[in-house]
Ligand binder design. Structure first.
Ligand code: ATP
Length: 236
């Protein structure tokens, strides 16, 4: 089966400073990838490069059979790739429902698998808060809304940066449960989070980044079997 996302030899730059040094990564349909590594190692840069937010990128990126290496972020989103940035990107002045409606416009047109009602089934809490403005939501509710917005674009792949950053443990658990639901729906994900233990429970593959390169790519059990990798690249 061909990969949903295939990245080959990706290099990315901020001005003269090179942040990615030849990253190669493939993601299959429905696969859940955990992306981990210390601060500043290039995780966010990799996600931004995939969705086209970092214009200075070189190398091959093929998503759903089409090259997106030179494509603009809005066109990449229409191909079925959704990005939930760190800090979440919810519109504070719009209500929950308005945020979801707006997101639907940015996504894949045609067959509409995700509706506001389905997002509310996944996140009953958002249904309760549907008339509230984005700025009135708690951190956890904002993260649910960000993921809801991503679903409204009918994606085949969601990139989720700092999935549970700043959330209380119980709320974080809700987010991990949601990732399970997303997986059952056959949507692939690349999830960045500091909680590598939680990620190892939900992910099919663990990808460790170090200094703009991929230092490890394998099943959670394989990573657990070699503690030196976590020690070296996460300091645990
Ligand atoms: P964090 O968890 O801290 O976000 P990260 O692994 O996501 O870490 P990146 O944010 O991708 O790391 O950063 C990778 C490298 O690129 C770092 O050396 C960082 O200093 C640099 N960098 C990130 N953003 C910029 C920018 N806007 N301009 C210049 N350099 C940047």
């Amino acid at each position: 089966m061909s990969a949903l996302l295939a990245i080959n030899g990706l290099t990315s730059f901020y001005g003269v400073s090179q942040a990615l040094h030849g990253v190669s990564l493939t993601v299959s349909r429905g696969e859940q990838i955990a992306l981990i590594g210390r601060n500043g190692m290039g995780k966010t840069t990799l996600l931004k490069s995939i969705v086209g937010l970092l214009a200075d990128r070189r190398g091959e990126i093929v998503f759903a059979g089409a090259s997106t290496a030179k494509a603009k972020p809005e066109d990449i989103a229409r191909h079925g790739l959704a990005y939930v940035p760190e800090g979440r990107g919810v519109f504070g002045s719009l209500s929950v429902v308005e945020n979801l409606v707006m997101a639907a416009r940015a996504g894949v047109s045609g067959s509409r698998r995700w509706t506001i009602d389905r997002v509310f089934e996944v996140f009953p809490r958002l249904h309760q808060r549907r008339g509230n403005g984005g700025h009135q939501l708690s951190g956890g509710e904002q993260q649910m809304l960000s993921i809801g917005r991503a679903l409204m674009t009918n994606p085949d792949l969601i990139l989720l940066d700092e999935a549970t950053e700043g959330l209380a443990p119980l709320i974080a658990q809700d987010i991990w449960k949601t990732l399970g639901i997303i997986r059952e729906e056959g949507i692939a994900t690349i999830v960045v989070d500091k909680d590598h233990r939680a990620l190892a429970k939900v992910a099919d593959r663990m990808v460790v980044m170090a200094k703009g390169e991929i230092a490890f790519d394998g099943a959670p059990a394989l990573l657990a079997a070699d503690p030196s990798i976590l020690e070296k690249h996460l300091g645990v």
